[in-house]
Ligand binder design. Sequence first.
Ligand code: C5P
Ligand code: C5P
Length: 485
Amino acid sequence: MVMALDEKQTANFFEGVSKAAETVLEAVREDSLIHVFSHLDADGIAAAGIIGKALYRLDARFRIRITQWVDEKFLAETLEEKPQMVIFIDLGSDYANLLKQKASEMEIVVLDHHQLGGEPAKGFLCVNPHIYGIDGARDISSSGVAYFLAKAIDKVNIDLAPIAVVGALGDLQDKYDQRMLGGLNEKIVEDAETQGLLTVEKDLIFFGRETRPIHKTLASTTNPFIPGISGEEDKSLAFLVSLDIKPKHGDKWRALRDLTEEEKKRLCSALAEYLLSKGLRYEISNLIGHAYTLNLEEPWTPLRDGREFAVLLNATGRMDKPSVGVAVCMGDRGSALEEANKILEDYRRTINKYLGWIMEKSERIREMENIYVVYGEDFVDDKVIGAISSILSTSLPNPEKPLIAYADVKEEGLVKVSARTIDAVTYKGVNLGEIMQIAAEKCLGKGGGHNIAAGAQIPTENMETFIKLVNELVGKQLAGEKIGS
Ligand code: C5P
Ligand code: C5P
C-alpha cells in the first residue's frame, strides 16, 4: 500500500523546486560558470547525470565533479576557481554553509535527501524533502529531487525520469510493499510509464534477471545475499539442477526471464527454504518484488533492469571512474557503456575478494554487546566499504545487530566508517544517522546519514573510542532513551 502524499507538504516541496529552477535558469541566462558537486554512489551519479543533461540542453557552462565527501581542500579549490554558481547534490548542506560564509557572492543550490543535521541553510536554496516533512529515506532520493528540478527547468527533461528511478533504486528506496517505490518516487515512475519509458511488474528480482544465465544470476546476487550461492557459480548450477530446472535451452543458457511461471515458483520456494535454513528470514522478502524495466534500453544489457543499472553506476563510482557513470546517465551508449561494463566486472571481482578476506579469519568480525564491527584495515578500499557493509549487515549471524565496517583512508590519517542495519531495528528506535553524527562529533570526525544506512570519517587514533560510543548509543536507543541534545 502506498500512502497518499500529503498535499500541503508536496505543494511546498514543489514550490522549493520551482525556486531552485528559477535560480538555475537565471544563472544560465547570465552565462555563469556552474560547478556541480555530487556524491559517489548510484543516486549521486544519477542525479549528476540528470542535472548535467538539463544544463547541457540549456547550453550552459558547467563542470561536474563526483566525490565521496567534500573537504577543506575541495572548498579551497572552489574558492580559487570562483564559479558563479555551485550546485551540491546528495552531499548535505554543511559545506554549502561554509562556502557561503567564505564567498558570499557565490550562488549556491543544495539538492539533497539526507536528514537535516548541523546548521540550517543561510543565504542559499536547499531543496531537501525533510524540510517539507517528506521522508528522504524512502519517498524520494537526490536523483528524484534533481529530476523534478530538471523537469521544472524544461518539460523536455521528463525523459530523464527512468534515470531518477535508477537513482532511487540505487539508494534502496524500494521500501514499500514488495520492494516497490512509493511517495514522490511513485510520481517519477508514473512520468516514466506514461512516456512509455518504463514497465513495472512483479517478478523474482535478482541481479541479472534480464541478462545472464540463471546460475550466474544467482551467484552474482548480493541482495539478497545467499551464503553458499552468492559468489559461487558451481553451487548455483548444482542448486538449479537439484530443482530439475534446466539451465540451458539447447546450447543457449536461459535467463530468469525465460523460466515458466511454474519453474519460477519452484525456484522461489526452494530459495526461501534455503534462506530460512540459514537463519536469514529477512532476506526472503527480497526474493520477489517490483521489477523496473527500462523499455528503451537494449535487452541483454545491464541498463535494461533498473537495479542492474544502479549497480553499474555504483561500480563506476566505487572503482574511481564516476564520469563514465555520469556519461551513461546523460545518454552515452557507445564507449561509455562499453567501459562501464568492464568496470562492473572488475567491481564484482573486487567485492568478492574483500568478502573472502573478511571471512578468512573469524577475528575480522568482532561482536560487541549491541553491534558488529569489521575492520578492513588498508586492504579494503575505503570507497567500497559501504557496499561491503551493506552486504555483510544482512548476512551476519544476528542481523538485528547493526554493523559498522571501516577501512583506512590512505594518507589522510582517517578511517571511513559505513554503518548499516535493517528495517526491523530502525522500528525499535535505532537511528544510525543520528548515532554517526553524535559519535563522530565527539571523536573530532564527521558523520551522518539515514536511520538505516549512515557513515562517518574519523581520525584513526579516535576509532576505538568511537566504536565504544556507537555501541553505547545503539544500546541507549534500543532502551528508548533520547541521545541528541
Ligand atoms: O543516501 P546515501 O546516499 O548516499 O546512501 C548510501 C548507501 O546507503 C546506498 O548506496 C545504500 O547502499 C545505503 N542505503 C540503504 N538504505 C537506505 C538508503 C541508503 O541501505 N534507505
Ligand atoms: O558512505 P556510506 O555509503 O556508508 O554512507 C551511508 C549514508 O550516510 C549515505 O547516505 C551518506 O551520504 C551518509 N553519510 C553522511 N555523512 C558522513 C558519511 C556518510 O551523511 N560523514
